[in-house]
Design a protein. Structure first.
Length: 315
């Protein structure tokens, strides 16, 4: 397990150490499954990297569509795997608990395929615009495109935060763009188009029609959770990894008394009439509770007669 291609995989060992520090019990099921799948395929690749990477030539011209599924879960070396999976570990913990496991798995599957498609479109456009046929040969592997998409989602669901990119404090809203440029400058060999494809797919989900399309396609599956539904979780880095705590949801009944909008309006009118009839004073010197006030239903005939006389005198 410690050797691949005849050498010790220090990156893999460090990744396993990071996972052990977090604890398997603290990693949601889908996130843990993605980590396990990528580690397994790193140790036991389905095919050589040259046969799983995605490019315009292989994916579009030669119709090797299976590469859309294989390329995200294969990595060039152990450090490539380490950096991607550590990023997946933290993003997965935060997002899966917010979106729920089934929907998160759905997002991972759709994003993995769609990012490969967008990547080929970008490379094809570069080839045509720059008149450089080498772009159709660029072959990409790795999970980083999906991670950039998840970064967009994470910033969308946790706005107003500040991220540190190369020591610079950047608003989370723009952090993915700064990180895109920074990674390309530091490591020119990385796939700029692959990372950009991830950002674009993330924006298609948060700002475009992708989320609605995904919900429409999953509409017949009752086990899917609506990702737009507010969650009762908060996130904290106090123990070194995000945790969660259940918050008791506010009861709408406390504010409405269980009344419909029409009943609330009728009750408000009745309360207003009662306040006018009694000169704004409380009935029987009792303090009215907050919210809608329910006047006593039974009154003596003498009280009703006096109330009618007061109304007649005011007219």
């Amino acid at each position: 397990m410690q050797r691949r291609q005849g050498r010790v995989n220090a990156g893999l060992l460090l990744l396993l150490y990071q996972i052990s520090q977090v604890g398997l019990q603290n990693i949601p099921s889908v996130t843990l499954g993605v980590l396990a799948l990528n580690i397994f395929l790193f140790l036991n690749p389905v095919r050589p990297l040259s046969e799983v990477c995605i490019s315009v030539k292989e994916g579009f011209y030669r119709k090797n569509w299976q590469r859309l599924l294989l390329s995200p879960v294969h990595h060039a070396d152990d450090w490539h795997l380490y950096y991607n999976m550590v990023s997946m570990l933290w993003k997965g913990i935060m997002l899966e608990k917010k979106l729920k496991s089934i929907w998160f798995a759905y997002i991972i599957a759709v994003f993995s395929v769609l990012i490969g498609v967008v990547y080929m479109v970008l490379e094809f456009m570069l080839m045509k615009i720059l008149d450089d046929p080498s772009y159709e040969m660029n072959c990409a592997v790795g999970f980083s495109g999906v991670l950039f998409a998840l970064k967009v989602l994470n910033n969308h669901y946790n706005p107003g935060r500040v991220s540190s990119v190369l020591g610079l404090q950047i608003s989370s809203k723009y952090a993915c763009w700064v990180e895109l440029v920074a990674i390309h400058l530091i490591s020119p060999g990385t796939s700029f188009a692959g990372h950009l494809a991830g950002i674009l797919v993330g924006l298609m989900y948060t700002m475009g029609p992708l989320k609605k399309i995904m919900k429409a396609c999953a509409g017949g599956i009752s086990s899917f959770t609506d990702p737009a539904r507010p969650r009762d979780y908060y996130y904290s880095d106090y123990y070194g990894y995000p945790g969660y705590q259940y918050r008791t949801p506010r009861s709408y009944y406390d504010y409405t008394g269980g009344l419909t909008e029409e009943e609330q309006l009728e009750r408000a009118v009745l309360n207003s009439l009662n306040e006018r009839d009694f000169g704004g004073a409380t009935y029987n010197n009792e303090r009215r509770p907050y919210g809608f006030w329910f006047p006593p239903e039974q009154r003596s005939e003498e009280e009703i007669r006096r109330q009618r006389l007061r109304r007649f005198e005011r007219r």
